[in-house]
Design a binder for this molecule. Structure first.
Ligand SMILES: [Zn+2]
Length: 181
């Protein structure tokens, strides 16, 4: 366990998820409007594979499944559980995310150690994408449950314990409140 792995909130906290995901990180936030006023994420083609990768890794690690939605139905079609409680954690949640992004040739040429530039998505957009993916993975039913969030954006070469050798993310989730053990 790295030194960065303590919960970004006051104890008691029980860590329930610790995954490393390899893929191309994409931020979520910029919206485009298509015909008939339909709003879509402007980077949909890169955002969706990234979110899917995270969702799959989280469901595999936790043994959860994605909620199967049926229009106007209040329950998951796969398990019958109500949509509003369809998640591993019912109460407050703390999340820690370290996103490793590709170091562009320009950044490498400048000798940049951190992705402090406009060529990668803003850090809050990275958080948005990861939290939505965790919600889809039924880690928690509602991302309003997240009360503590720590996000970092690094390059593979950044001197950080969770910097990955290639683009991806380290994601940790804690359940806050009474320990379950
Ligand atoms: Zn279900």
């Amino acid at each position: 366990m790295s030194e960065a792995a303590s919960a970004p909130a006051a104890p008691p906290a029980t860590r329930i998820l610790d995954i490393t995901v390899i893929g191309t990180p994409a931020g979520q936030g910029a919206i485009s409007f298509k015909g008939h006023g339909k709003a879509v994420h402007s980077n949909h083609d890169v955002l969706m594979p990234w979110r899917t990768t995270i969702t799959k890794a989280a469901t595999r690690a936790l043994g959860t499944h994605q909620r199967v939605r049926v229009k106007k139905m209040p329950n998951c079609r796969a398990c019958g559980k109500p949509n509003r409680t369809h998640g591993e954690i019912a109460g407050p949640v703390a999340v820690q995310i370290v996103v490793t992004v590709k170091r562009s040739p320009t950044a490498a040429k400048r000798g940049d150690l951190w992705p402090a530039n406009r060529t990668t998505s803003d850090i809050d957009h990275h958080a948005r994408a990861v939290l939505d993916a965790l919600c889809n993975a039924s880690v928690f039913p509602d991302d309003g449950q997240v009360v503590a969030l720590e996000v970092q954006k690094v390059f593979p070469i950044t001197p950080h314990p969770d910097a990955l050798p290639k683009p991806g993310a380290t994601i940790r989730v804690w359940k806050l409140g009474v320990p379950t053990a």
